[in-house]
Each structure stands twice: as C-alpha cells, then as structure tokens.
Ligand binder design. Structure first.
Ligand code: XMP
Length: 317
C-alpha cells in the first residue's frame, strides 16, 4: 500500500542519487504542486535547489509577500522577482483572452530565463507536474503546461535545454497533499484553491491596467477572507471574483453613480473538469456584497454566477 511517508523516503533517496551535487532551478507558483515538489527536492539537496517566485502583478492582494514569507519559513532557497511592470507593459491594450495568456506565458519565460542564467552551472529544471498533467499534456491548462505550451514562441529558451526532474509525476492531487502534510508544509499553502497561471488577467474582462488589477484585488480579498472567516473556504473547490466592463447606474446618498459590475464565482468540483456553482448562504452573499460596494471604489453592483460547467467554464475567459 502506498503511504506518503514511504513515498517521501524513497523519493528523497532517488533524488539524491539522481542529482548528486548538481544545481536545480524551480519556478514556484504559490500553488500546492510546485511547493510540494520544491520541499521534496529541498530535502534531498538543500541549498542546491534554487527556487524562483515571480510577481507577475496578477496575483491576489498581498499574495506575493505572504507566500514568499511562507517559503522562507520552510527553509527554501527562494528568490522573489518583482516583474509586475514587464507583465503590465506586455499586456497593455490586449483584450483577447488567448492574447493575454500568450503575452503572460512569453514574459514568464523571459523572466525565468533571465533568472536561471544567473545561477552558475545549473543542470536541472524541476517541475511540479502531477499525473493528471501528464495525461493532459496536450492541453494548455496547468502551470507546468504554461511552460510547455509556450516553448515554441521565439525558439527554445536556454533553461529548456536543462534536464528535467519531475518528482510528482506519478501522483494524484490528493496524494500530493498527503506528501505535503508529511513534509510539514503550511496549511495556508496545502489547502489553497487552484489559481490559474494567468491569474487575475483572465478575471478582468477586456484589457489589463494596474488600476483594474487593484480594484479586483480588493473585491477578491473581501470575498476570500469572508469565505475563510465563515468556515466556507474549504467547502468550495475554487472561488474568485470577475471584474466586468459593464457599468450600471447606482445611487449613493443623493448622487447617481455609474460604475462597474463585479461577479462572484464559487464552485464545487472534483477535478475542475466539471463543476457546479456553490450554494453559498444568502446571508453570506449579502454581507460580502455590502462590504464590496461600501469599500471598493468603482464598484456599485455585485452579481453571483449560477452557471455550472459544462456549459459554462469556471473562469470567464
Ligand atoms: P475552466 O475555466 O476551463 O478552468 O473551467 C478549469 C481550471 O483550470 C484553471 N485555468 C487555468 N489554469 N492556466 C492555468 O494554469 C490557464 O490559462 C487556465 N485557464 C483556466 C481554472 O482556474 C480552473 O481551476
């Protein structure tokens, strides 16, 4: 029978054998898979694992700082790279969802390649690929696929010539979480909802500006922190907010307002392939809606997405 303790023991030994004194580079995303892969390799080779965590300016509010802190507490050799402006510049004026994904994928590879070059004599690229990613390797979904699906843009970046090590390749998501528990990874990382690689860029319909990102970060933060406060966070599979380009009339005191509509989306799912909208309590939705409209400038209306997948996708783009 498979146990996470045995898996960790055997995999750490194999990694030591395989990697010896070589240097390894790994891109952390803040998500479960890359974090667990990093901790496994860290157990095997310590400081020879060089982790890179990129701030693409499309993460949740305060996410970059808090996740970077968790990684440092875990003892990882991690470098945080502020590349917000490079991403915003590349995204300027692009409204098409696939165009945004492509721009983000391209800049991520540029930034990662620059950083990998600063590690002298690095031999390996580690990835948090898990078994479902292997099966769906033709799909463009998933953080590891972000690299694969974009490596034909402008020729192969140098880091792609590295040997690849993928210690989670045979595991399902629930096994990855068990391994993470065995490795004593923070619950705030292990229990987190999936989050798309292109981040908030695919939850802002239309073109991306730093101002829109800030508005959506505030809305998302209110929604997610209330889910956590009410004990509902672990009951939904994924949750987030969408900033629509629709404006509608509202009233504030004696004044009429004309501001944006945001949508809240929360789903239950097993694997993201199908999903149902979460039956969040009306009182909870009422509180979140009031808080958003009272606190977030530029938003005067909140709607809740009651579409299931299929036919609707989880993300709006
Ligand atoms: P959809 O919207 O297709 O999403 O129902 C299913 C799951 O995939 C995530 N998703 C992405 N993840 N890059 C990613 O890394 C992407 O471009 C992307 N698009 C969707 C989505 O958040 C959900 O968990």
């Amino acid at each position: 029978d498979w146990t996470s303790e045995q898996f960790v023991e055997a995999t750490v030994a194999e990694l030591q054998q395989q990697l010896g004194n070589d240097k390894v580079v790994l891109g952390l995303s803040g998500g479960v898979d890359s974090s667990v892969a990093a901790m496994l390799i860290h157990q095997a080779i310590g400081k020879n694992l060089y982790c890179i965590f990129v701030d693409n300016g499309l993460l949740r509010k305060d996410e970059f700082e808090s996740v970077l802190d968790s990684y440092k507490h875990m003892g990882l050799n991690v470098k945080g790279v502020d590349a917000k402006d490079r991403f915003y510049t590349a995204l300027a004026g692009i409204s098409d969802p696939e165009g945004k994904r492509k721009a983000i994928g391209r800049v991520f590879i540029e930034v990662f390649d620059d950083e990998a070059h600063q590690i002298e004599d690095v031999k390996w690229l580690a990835q948090g690929t898990i078994y479902p990613d292997v099966i769906e390797s033709m799909s463009v979904k998933g953080p590891s696929a972000t690299i694969k699906s974009h490596h034909n843009v402008g020729g192969l970046p140098d880091f792609m010539k590295l040997k690849v090590v993928e210690p989670l390749k045979a595991l399902f998501k629930d096994e990855v979480r068990l391994v993470g528990k065995t490795l004593k990874i923070d619950d705030n990382i292990l229990g987190r909802h999936p989050f798309p690689g292109p981040g908030l860029a695919i939850r802002i319909l239309g073109d991306i500006t730093p101002e829109k990102v800030q508005v959506l970060q505030q809305v998302d933060h209110i929604f997610i922190s209330n889910l956590k406060k009410s004990g509902l966070y672990d009951e939904v599979w994924q949750a987030g907010a969408i900033l629509t380009p629709v404006q509608s009339v509202g009233v504030m005191g004696d004044e009429r307002t004309y501001e944006n509509v945001v949508a809240l989306r929360a789903v239950t799912s097993i694997d993201g392939m199908t999903a149902d909208w979460s039956r969040l309590p009306y009182e909870f939705l009422a509180d979140v809606s009031n808080e958003i409209i009272n606190k977030v400038k530029g938003v005067n209306r909140v709607v809740y997405d009651i579409s299931s997948k299929p036919p609707a996708t989880i993300e709006w783009e």
